[in-house]
Structures are given as C-alpha cells and as structure tokens.
Design a protein around this ligand. Structure first.
Ligand code: GSH
Length: 243
C-alpha cells in the first residue's frame, strides 16, 4: 500500500503497520477527510494518518477499496472496526472521544447543529458535485461532440444548478449573520462546522462569485484556526485552504 503512517502525528514512519487499536484516518488529498483531521486536532486526539493520492482523473486509488468497499475518503479504522461517511465518523468521534463535551452545541443551537450536520452532505454537496460533473463533462466527451456537451453543461448550470445554489447561498448568509462565528451559534466549532467547512471551502475556492461574504469570512476564520492549520501541515497541503 502506498502512503504514510504518522503515529500520534509526530514523525512520518513510511510503511509501518498500524497498531491494531490505533485510530487511523485514511486521508485522500483535497478531500472531505480534512473534516476529520481538523476535528481530531481540535480535540487533541492522537491518530495515525494514512494518505492516498488521487489518480490523474481525480478518483481515489484502488488501495482505498481495500479499506472500505466504496473506496472513497474519509474512512477510519480502529482494531476490527471500519467506518466511512464523514457525518457518521464525526458522530462516532463525538461519542467516543469528547468526554469533556468540547464539540457540544449550546442548548439554543442544538437544532441548528443537527440541521447543518445533515444538510452539508444531504443537500449542499450533491449540488456542488453536480456542478463539478457538468464542468468536466465536455472534456470527457468525444472531440466532435464537445460543443454539444458544452451547451448542455451551460444550460444545466444556468437553468438548474446556479439558481439552486443561489438559494443555498442566501440560506447560509442569513444563518451566519444570526449565528456568528459557528453554525450552532456558540463559541466553538460543533459537528455542524466540521461538516460545513468542506462544501464551503470548495465552493469558495471553485466558484467565489457564487458564494456570499459571510460564508467566505467563515471559511477564512476556520482556516486560521491553529488546529486546522496543523491538519493541513500534516497532510502536506490542502488546495482549498490556499490563499
Ligand atoms: N458522503 C461521503 C462522500 C465521500 C466522497 O465522495 N469522498 C470523495 C473525496 S471528497 C472521494 O473519495 N472521491 C474519490 C472518488 O470518488 O474516487 C462522505 O461524506 O464521506
């Protein structure tokens, strides 16, 4: 297997096997697994990092399929346990590794925490993924058909995707105007933030003209947190966190 283990996030130890009980994060470059690394850094939970490099076509390498059937990231493993889906992983970490309640929302923010925890992958990410698919579609089409695919792609964007994204942008702008620094309205990140950072940072990086100022400021705020920066440093960089 390709990749590095970083025990307790200290020095890299190429190709060393995982101790069976270590919490291991299987990380793909520029991916949702940054959510998990940021969270573990905030909580100060030791973990091993196993990195995988995207192939030329941006898909995950086949090695990741040996960890989980879907072959996408993030995945965590611990002993005999394997868990995929970032939302599920975040809930698992909250249950097992946050006895002090550092990621608990304030009472008044519980419903917002619940909503945005699920909204991130359930409603917002599908739209952003569709935009990406329609962006690359013309390049994948046979050469002579590219003008037609470009037209289809433009029509999808202008008639369907962008107007819907505008509704999401407004919802997020209005919410952040009320909630302040974090989605659940408290003074620290909660599950909602660990989920929302990925769609917002990728959206702000790819389509800055379609995202609001509150969302942009939110992304900057999260990127400036020492825990987020430690996670970026340990993975060797994250395209969406570049200036
Ligand atoms: N809903 C899943 C999505 C996982 C996912 O699609 N991950 C992307 C990275 S952001 C991936 O591994 N893509 C590589 C591929 O599709 O081959 C989650 O939240 O964990």
């Amino acid at each position: 297997m390709d990749g590095l283990y970083i025990t307790g996030c200290t020095a890299p130890m190429p190709n060393s096997p995982s101790p069976p009980e270590a919490l291991t994060v299987h990380h793909l470059d520029d991916s949702r697994s940054m959510r998990i690394l940021w969270l573990l850094e905030e909580l100060g939970v030791p973990y091993e990092l196993r990195t995988y490099k995207r192939s030329q076509d941006m898909t995950a390498p086949a090695e990741l399929k040996k960890v989980h059937a879907r072959g996408v990231s993030p995945v965590i493993t611990k002993g005999g346990m394997t868990l995929a889906e970032s939302g599920a992983i975040i809930e698992y970490i909250r249950d097992k590794y946050d006895p002090a309640g550092k990621m608990q929302p304030p009472e008044f923010g519980k419903i917002d925490d619940l909503y945005f925890l699920h909204y991130a992958e359930g409603s917002l990410m599908p739209l952003l993924v569709d935009k990406l698919i329609f962006k690359i579609l013309p390049d994948k089409a046979p050469y002579l058909l590219r003008p037609m695919f470009t037209l289809i792609s433009n029509l999808m964007n202008s008639n369907f995707l962008d107007p819907r994204l505008e509704v999401h942008a407004e919802l997020i702008e209005e919410h952040l105007a009320k909630s302040g620094d974090f989605f659940a309205g408290g003074d620290h990140p909660t599950a909602a933030d660990y989920m929302m950072i990925f769609p917002l940072e990728s959206w702000s990086h790819r389509y800055p003209e379609l995202i609001g100022e509150n969302a942009k400021a939110y992304v900057e705020r999260i990127h400036s947190r020492p825990a987020y920066q430690r996670a970026v440093e340990k993975t060797g960089g994250h395209s969406y966190a570049q200036k």
